[in-house]
Write a protein of this length. Structure first.
Ligand SMILES: Nc1ncnc2c1ncn2[C@@H]1O[C@H](COP(=O)(O)OP(=O)(O)OP(=O)(O)O)[C@@H](O)[C@H]1O
Ligand SMILES: [Mg+2]
Length: 295
């Protein structure tokens, strides 16, 4: 059975009739300013992709700070990426099952080393990721905020990067600062703009226009497209408190509905392959970007 018919038989919509659709799409979710909603976006995007679109999704919790994803989903990982790097566990052994069949790769401990691996560790991890990738459609990476080397590296390695921006002026300016640094290092990198905590679509588009205009003036050539908006939704707080994804417990809530639309938009875009794609290439780029970070 091909992947598309597999997706249909699970009641989902195939992402594309693309001959290379077997390659997992690697999407990083990032921001300049902290606390703008990256982790909630990653978790709910994963849930919606899996349950409404029949995709097999792995979320990599790449935030070096407090591992948020496990708190959000009320899971307690026994092992982390650190155990894989030390050779004590295989990658599939450390994966944790989240709601709706999504898988979570707990990496808060070990993720920093991912960008500075020894050649042996690199090869080992590459093999582990490549084995995993045959069972995946999407790898979502929840990064930390800001312009630390680690955040930059994960974003540079990912072919698609979603920048989460809220109406707060500092969120806009910090998003711009982050895109500027990434653009300097990788001028052909396209960015997807996701407006979060907005009143309505109009406010989201307004925010996008503001940032686009500044980018047009100061970073000519930067590719920035609108991926959609997510409303400020008080019921999200309720879901966070009960440690569940809002898309799971309140599928009719404005945030959940908004996320469905965002995912639809995202999946209607052709994945950015450019000859090669998938996790193997992502790992290679991760290593290369990490190795180049001392320049
Ligand atoms: N659309 C929204 N409506 C209401 N509250 C929201 C929305 N998006 C995020 N929040 C709230 O904002 C807070 C921060 O969200 P989250 O932890 O997802 O941000 P983050 O960008 O991952 O933060 P960090 O940079 O610390 O990792 C949470 O309390 C969350 O409930
Ligand atoms: Mg977070």
């Amino acid at each position: 059975m091909d992947q598309a018919s597999g997706l249909r038989s699970r009641g989902g919509t195939p992402p594309e009739e693309n001959p290379r659709a077997h390659l997992p799409r690697v999407i990083s979710i990032t921001s300049g300013k902290g606390g703008v909603g990256k982790t909630n976006v990653s978790a709910n995007m994963a849930y919606v992709m899996a349950t409404r679109f029949g995709l097999r999704v792995l979320v990599l919790d790449a935030d070096l700070g407090l591992g948020n994803m496990d708190v959000l989903f009320n899971i307690r990982p026994k092992h982390t990426l650190q155990d894989v790097l030390m050779g004590n566990r295989s990658l599939p052994e450390i994966l944790v099952q989240g709601p709706g069949g999504i898988q979570i790769l707990p990496a808060a401990s070990g993720v920093e080393e991912m960008t500075s691996l020894t050649p042996e560790q690199n090869l080992h991890l590459l093999e582990e990721f490549e084995n995993l990738s045959t069972d995946l459609d999407v790898l979502l990476i929840d990064t930390g905020a800001g312009i630390s080397e680690n955040v930059l590296t994960f974003n540079l390695a990912s072919r698609e990067t979603i920048v989460v921006v809220t109406p707060e002026p500092t969120s806009r300016t910090d998003a711009f600062a982050l895109m500027k640094v990434l653009f300097r290092r990788q001028p052909d990198k396209p960015f997807l703009f996701l407006a979060n905590m907005v009143r309505d679509r109009q406010e989201g588009v307004g925010l996008f226009d503001l940032v686009s205009r500044v980018a047009d003036s100061f970073l000519p050539g930067l590719s920035l497209s609108f991926a959609g908006h997510l409303p400020a939704d008080p019921s999200l707080t309720q879901a966070v408190r009960s440690q569940r994804a809002i898309a799971e417990i309140l599928p009719g809530a404005p945030f959940s509905k908004g996320m469905e639309q965002v995912v639809r938009t995202l999946l209607s875009r052709p994945p950015r392959m450019g000859g090669e794609g998938g996790i193997g290439l992502w790992m290679k780029r991760l290593t290369a970007a990490g190795a180049g970070s001392g320049e």
